[in-house]
Design a protein around this ligand. Structure first.
Ligand SMILES: C[S@@+](CC[C@H](N)C(=O)[O-])C[C@H]1O[C@@H](n2cnc3c(N)ncnc32)[C@H](O)[C@@H]1O
Length: 254
């Protein structure tokens, strides 16, 4: 007997940013799998089992959810933001690729969510309105040299850069090093947005420049957006500044 696995993105935190499709997938599930911090965001439903796990157990969590679905259950595995952006959907795909034939026969639905970069960009203005890219500063799954190479290439090509996973207790120096790398090729006045816990009660958003950006302003709940040389800041007397990147780029030289 074969069940169903829903891979569900919860969005960055605000319950209003959970899509109706994601909400319906959560309501339908007999069993929920996920990092405990994400499961805590979901109201409990009678008869629905919860299988919380540690942040570092992605492969085991994905495999457990697939085994439960293959045994016939209606299962949801959840993640913050979008499940395909630096998140669990890739681990589920990897387990299906490496796992038994029963995993390939399963019905799998991947439900998109609002990714953190979109929420932080909306709070700041429109910094991602021209070409941009996203880079994770976590070197748990890739060498740091590759991160630096991608940072240099992105800055050199004129992309706005969304930095996921900028810092954690175990990775305290990576954001400082990344900002130093970007300072080598971007102007000192390039706007930098720090969006922390956006959509949650402890949300904060700060706008700095590349010259004044402090790595201490970020933790594992922060997303950092580094502008391109075209990104602008509009100061406003009665509110936070608006950061935006014009839709039009007139020069080939970034
Ligand atoms: C493992 S990644 C998961 C990203 C997620 N799948 C997404 O689409 O947003 C975790 C990183 O996302 C960013 N992040 C997640 N939620 C956030 C929020 N509410 N505010 C700011 N950044 C957030 C932070 O950079 C954090 O270190």
């Amino acid at each position: 007997m074969s069940g169903h696995l829903a891979v569900v993105g919860l969005g960055p935190g605000d319950a209003r940013w959970l899509t109706p499709e994601a909400d319906a997938a959560l309501a339908r599930a007999e069993a929920l799998y996920g990092y405990a911090g994400y499961l805590d965001r979901i109201p409990s439903r009678p008869g629905q089992a919860r299988h919380p796990s540690d942040n570092h157990e992605e492969a085991a969590r994905a495999a457990a959810s697939l085994h439960a679905a293959a045994a016939g259950a209606e299962v949801a595995i959840v993640t913050g933001g979008d499940p395909g952006v630096f998140a669990i959907a890739a681990a589920v795909c990897a387990e299906i690729e490496a796992g038994p034939e029963s995993f390939r026969q399963l019905e799998v639905t991947i439900t998109p969510g609002i990714s953190a970069m979109l929420a932080v960009a909306a709070r700041a203005g429109a910094p991602l309105a021209n070409d941009f890219c996203a880079i994770s500063l976590s070197d748990n799954l890739k060498p740091w040299e590759l991160v630096e190479r991608r940072l240099k290439a992105a800055a050199g090509a004129g992309f706005v850069i969304a930095l996921y996973n900028p810092a954690s207790r175990a990775r305290p120096w990576q954001l400082g090093r990344a900002l130093d790398v970007l300072r080598q090729s971007l102007p000192a006045e390039t706007p930098v947005v720090f969006g922390r816990a956006v959509g949650r009660p402890d949300e904060s958003v700060a706008v700095r420049t590349l010259a004044t950006a402090e790595p201490a302003g970020a933790d594992m709940a922060t997303l950092v957006i580094v502008g391109s040389p075209e990104t602008r800041v509009i100061a406003r007397p009665d509110g936070p500044p608006l950061v935006y990147t014009p839709r039009a780029a007139h020069s080939v030289d970034p």
